[in-house]
Design a protein around this ligand. Structure first.
Ligand code: HEM
Length: 238
């Protein structure tokens, strides 16, 4: 039977192009992910200042708005951080969507019954975890940055806002925060592991190191974030 071989080189070329652009997208995802993790670690460490009392905590928030004054304009640092974070989040989601579509298209036949393999489970968890985190961030900004949804919502007094937020009778807010922070931890655990693999940690030993590092970094972050609502609800911070 005669086979038309003319289309093959073109198909091979476009497959190679898609392959190398997928690698570029994975590197982009890893880089934006690392940037977001760095922000989360700095944010978590800043939150721990609440254990030093209202004045140091509120002063820290004030300092974030006045770094470099009067030479530099008010809030310049926060606005640069907000811009970089927004671009990183949008880029991270866009790259994840393109890669997921490519993976679906590359699958020759749709599974009749999706097998519960680790890969698809992790991918689904990452997708839904990502959506929960995004919804949480929108609520969180309206709660503790603009104060719109906060019972106190006092500008310049984040200590009072946080204490009011996690008051025992508002246990449902604390629960929502706790679930979101655990979702961040789970997302991070898989994300750090994938990023380490993309950036070259392969082989049994490399994968083991990446897995343990991802687990430790996620647990430390989750524990640090959760310590604040836990301290308020138990009366340690009031
Ligand atoms: C229990 C955990 C958390 C507490 C107590 C907390 C507390 C706060 C507070 C007090 C602010 C306002 C800071 C200020 O105005 O100076 C803030 C802002 C913010 N937080 Fe959190 N946070 C928590 C978890 C998170 C998580 C898990 C994320 C991300 C997934 C996050 C992302 C942000 C963002 C994006 C802002 C806005 C920063 C800005 O104004 O540009 N926070 N948080």
């Amino acid at each position: 039977m005669a086979v038309d071989t003319r289309v093959r080189p073109q198909k091979a070329r476009s497959a190679a192009r898609a392959g190398s652009s997928s690698v570029a997208l994975k590197i982009f995802m890893a880089t934006t992910g690392i940037l977001l993790v760095l922000f989360l670690y700095v944010h978590m460490a800043g939150n721990l200042k609440i254990f030093f009392g209202a004045t140091p905590f509120d002063h820290y928030a004030h300092w974030l708005r006045t770094i470099g004054e009067p030479l530099l304009p008010q809030q310049w640092y926060l606005w640069i951080q907000r811009t970089v974070l927004t671009v990183a989040v949008i880029g991270h989601i866009a790259a994840a969507t393109i890669l997921a579509r490519r993976a679906r298209r590359a699958r020759p036949v749709r599974y009749a019954h999706r097998p519960k393999v680790q890969g698809s489970y992790a991918a689904r968890t990452m997708r839904w975890g990502g959506v929960i985190i995004l919804l949480f961030v929108v609520y969180h900004i309206l709660d503790l940055t603009t104060g719109t949804l906060n019972p106190v919502g006092s500008p310049g007094h984040p200590y009072a806002n946080v204490v009011a937020d996690f008051a025992p009778h508002r246990w449902y807010v604390t629960l929502f925060y706790a679930l979101a922070v655990v979702a961040v931890g789970a997302h991070l655990r898989h994300g750090i592991f994938s990023a380490a693999r993309t950036l070259g940690q392969r082989g049994a030993r490399g994968e083991h190191v990446a897995r343990v590092t991802a687990l430790v970094l996620s647990i430390v972050l989750v524990a640090g974030f959760l310590s604040v609502p836990f301290a308020v609800i138990t009366g340690l911070v009031n």
